[in-house]
Write a protein that binds this ligand. Sequence first.
Ligand SMILES: Nc1ncnc2c1ncn2[C@@H]1O[C@H](COP(=O)(O)OP(=O)(O)O)[C@@H](O)[C@H]1O
Ligand SMILES: [Mg+2]
Length: 396
Amino acid sequence: MKSGFLDKLIERLGRIGPEDVQNYLLQLAQEKGLIETVFNAIQEGIIVTDAKGRITYVNDAACELFGLEAEQSIGKRLDECVRGLDWKALSQSEGAISRDMEIFYPANRFLNFYIVPLLIERRTPKDGANSHAEPVGHAIILRDITESRRSTEKTIESERFNALTLLAAGVAHEIGNPLNSLHIHLQLMERKVRKLDGKVKEELQEAIAISRAEITRLDSIVTQFLQAIRPSKPVLHPENVNAIVEEAVRFVAPEIEDRDIVVEQELRSDLPLLELDRDQMKQVFYNVIKNSFEAMKRRGILRIRTNMDATHVNISFTDTGGGMSAESLSRVFEPYFTTKSSGSGLGLLIVRRIVREHGGEMAIESNEGKGLTLTIRLPYLDKRVRMLEAGTSPHN
Ligand SMILES: Nc1ncnc2c1ncn2[C@@H]1O[C@H](COP(=O)(O)OP(=O)(O)O)[C@@H](O)[C@H]1O
Ligand SMILES: [Mg+2]
């Protein structure tokens, strides 16, 4: 609003005749309407509060960001309308402040709050020259920064991966070769020990067996590590997902028996063939099944279902292994995140990478204390488009 107009109005206040009032009011209403239209057209959310933190104005964008109704929010305290907002702390600053915040309702978004205290110059009636600024509230400008935030996260993720890739070459050399040599020397020792007798022979044989098992474990960690780092491009052929699931389950048959686990398979028989790398997909299923077994330890049920919708084939693995905490769930794709004493923390990372390279996606639903469902979705339509998308970013 042109401040000149208001100033003049105030100056003439004593001289305004009744016929002018209507004109001025109309003019004011028009200008207010225009400003509101402008405020509602901009993308940024705008909220104005009074000195007590009560909302006096809120534009459409702000309503949308916080799931508010403009009319119902006017007069309410801002921290009542936006739960979890520490308005007291935010409104104490004398100058403008800018703060990034995550909101969870009505959608999970990141917002930048720019908060400016509003001051009005007041002239003391007796002494016109002496004026002071009185705080009358705050203006809050909200910017949705979700997209830029997510792309930053992606960059960090891929940089982590770059660092990992560098390390990988070193690890392969440094650990792979001595492991081989240890393996050969243990074999030699074993041969010599066979010629001994009695208790010493037994003890040595046991020690050798333990060392061998540890070497095998290390070897598999190194192999997994390298698979995570140096992905080979999938070699695609039309495959039957059910057959691959069955193969992966057969592969773990000895463990099923050892752990006394029941594996129930509900495999839909009319699934379309999918363009898959059979070995890679088998590794995916194997890693997921193995995690379920390790979560259930002994006795439990793993239910594997295959199904389809209009665009995807879904493969879900539901176990009774107690699930995981929200904290673990949020970290599960971090390289090396593991809750197991001998885990590599790379299993799910490999799973996700392979699934993505097939144009698919995965979801984990954890029911803490009960169990976990991991679902893999593989597209059977638009496959090429999706593959290109997944392939453009070399590190995910
Ligand atoms: N089915 C599951 N039930 C409970 N927790 C799981 C399950 N699958 C994975 N997790 C959790 O995710 C972590 C990471 O899994 P993964 O990447 O395969 O690495 P690792 O198995 O070597 O620990 C595991 O340590 C475990 O805490
Ligand atoms: Mg694992």
